[in-house]
Design a protein around this ligand. Sequence first.
Ligand code: ZN
Length: 475
Amino acid sequence: MSDSLIFFKFFTVIKQTLTILLCGLFVTVQAQRNCGTEDYNQNILKEFPELSGRYGRTNPDQLLNEKLKRLGGVIRIPVAVHVLYNKEEEKLSDEMINSQIKQLNLDFAAKNIDITNVPGEFKDRVADCQIEFELKIINKIKTEEKQFLVQFKRDRRGAKVYKPAYEPIKFSSFGGKDAMPCAQYLNIWVGNITDGSAGQLLGYATFPGGVCEYDGVVIYYKCFGQSTSYKPYNKGRTLTHEVGHWLNLRHIGGDKPGGCGDDLISDTPPQKGGSETARTGNGEGQNFGCPVHPFVYNPDCPETTAEMFMNYMDYVNDECMNMFTIKQKDRMRSLFVEGGDRASLVNGVSENKQLFVTDEKRTDNFTPVITDFKKYFHCNPVTDTCRFAFVFWTETPNAKEYKVFAKKVKSATWETIITPNTYIKLDELGSHVLYEIKVQAVLNNGKLSGESTPYIFKLKGNNPFSKLKDLKLII
Ligand SMILES: [Zn+2]
């Protein structure tokens, strides 16, 4: 165990004790939403000055507007959910996880049942964001960590310090779970998190353009789900809010202290809502609880006659937030145009709907996990073959190569091949045939890892080519 790890463990124990004491003293403070995103990202521009243009994309220029128009259609984002549990109650059911993703999709599509609560004057700003989230991977992992302490640390210049020890939930070696590739997935970690403060940290997110291994959203397990018992954060809106950050949205009232708050979005009113207690704590200037429309708090914003506290990017209770605006939608979707910071997620999306569920216990770091599937219908006139697909899997540390098994589901015989890559091409696939594939790592010491969970797929559509054979594996 390294010195830093010992220090970290020691520090964790102290912090946990401190947290328990503070919670005992200030129970009422917990009623306030605590989003860590701004703390996390506050000085990211100092560290990554090249991001400054990205934050400026609030009101898209003409070129971006044209690109946005061309983007068209619904953007689908593959999602990996990592549930880290120590106690059984922290091990969320598949139903709960699915319900949360369902609510996320409803909220982003403006299909949430409480959309009718949007006040009349804001109704024409409501956006169906045309962004969908596709649950591809659920990892449930038992951990020795009773609580994950998130530390928002900065160096002397004020830049955020990235260290696995400060975000242990994101790293397998610290009792958490390593991210899936950030270019292909929205990573969501769920667990018993704390930032060591009196108020329960509900979640936090990274803005686009940060460090890949840290990219994603972290959510406190009690507020993950469409309908939980954790009032008033019991309707899954913590995830909606944090994914908003992940897609480059700021808090509705801006995050700078004092004055009239601006989130750099033109169709949300300038506002600096909240209460005096809110102003002194985390989330300064946001609205809390459940205000009654029309609500105006800040005399510094004389032109604002009603604050948009019901926007998902404010701090109100789950049951009182219900909309994104059209300009927020543009800001989010601009990440997916050509050259955008999250464009790779769109390109990486497969049409395949299969859900992967990994073992519920951590066995080792060596068993590959099949993570992606891409199919192609192009044909090669020279070889007269067509219908091929690629299958991708996670890299195994200490692997010298991978053994791939593939067959028709109905067949008894596996085709096998050895490859040094973490993907394989499957060629000469027929239509309407179920295929099955699995992968095993061959480690440097000659031993074999466990076999991946098999992946089953089918190519649909008519097959105009008669010379298709069973299946061919190509490295
Ligand atoms: Zn937030």
